[in-house]
Design a protein around this ligand. Structure first.
Ligand SMILES: [Zn+2]
Length: 247
């Protein structure tokens, strides 16, 4: 079974442009969403500690504990969920001005490159900002885990537009990440939420005007049908739906 360790941000309080929020809080809300998708897709997950913002906990200790747990469990992907800030960026963009999705992988990791290709492709399906992959070796959670690390920097949390978008789209982002992980593990993506009802047919077919339907599969379990439906829709057939029939 595919195994993904989820490691949220452990910062004391990195303020978010959405009032009252902070980096640790919204990354945990995001992982709450991601867990649902991973479970539906048959990906085992384990999750690092949920730090209480502004508490006296030591973020470094929590991070090291998470990596040790990830290693002991035998995770295949160590998934770090952070958001970015432009305060110290060297590109000259002032604080709060930068937007974009800038995930990080370990420099030279072939597994990291492969995973990042899937993840960034899926993110582009839901995010219209700039997407750029970074490669580094200095970060503890890139360097230390035995698993391949994918280090999210979802958006810039000090940018009002980016922060608002992230808050409004936690589920869409989680869905896209789950799709990327399914791609990496070669698993079919399974949508855990009820799909919308199919549109009503405009014309009632008569014998003189038959309606030709295309069936692409028949399953005894609904989950199998839903898995195929997701694939069919992903292939561009947005009007596809599940019909039930008694035998
Ligand atoms: Zn926030």
């Amino acid at each position: 079974m595919a195994k993904v360790y989820l490691s949220p941000a452990y910062h004391k309080f990195n303020p978010c442009a959405v009032a009252g929020c902070d980096e640790t809080t919204h990354n945990n809300l995001y992982l709450d969403e991601l867990e649902v998708f991973l479970t539906a897709c048959g990906i085992a997950w384990k999750r690092g500690p949920r730090r209480v913002p502004n508490s006296s906990e030591d973020g470094d200790v929590l991070m090291r504990r998470a990596v040790a747990e990830s290693d002991a469990w035998g995770a295949e992907v160590h998934y770090v969920s952070h958001t970015n800030a432009s305060t110290n960026l060297s590109d000259g963009v002032g604080q709060g001005k930068a937007r974009g999705y800038r995930p990080i992988i370990f420099q030279g990791s072939q597994r990291g490159e492969r995973l990042a290709l899937f993840m960034t492709t899926r993110r582009r399906e839901v995010y219209d900002g700039q997407v750029s992959l970074n490669r580094r070796t200095d970060l503890y959670e890139l360097r230390e885990p035995r698993a391949v690390t994918y280090y999210e920097e979802h958006v810039f949390h000090d940018n009002v537009d980016d922060a608002r978008w992230f808050h409004d789209n936690l589920r869409s982002v989680a869905r896209s990440a789950a799709k990327g992980l399914c791609d990496y593990f070669n698993l079919p993506f399974v949508e855990p939420y009820t799909v919308a009802d199919p549109p009503q047919e405009e014309e009632v077919p008569t014998e003189s005007a038959p309606l030709y339907r295309v069936q692409v599969g028949a399953f005894r379990s609904r989950s199998g049908a839903e898995a195929l439906l997701s694939q069919v829709r992903a292939a561009g057939f947005g009007g596809a739906f599940i019909a039930t029939a008694q035998q």
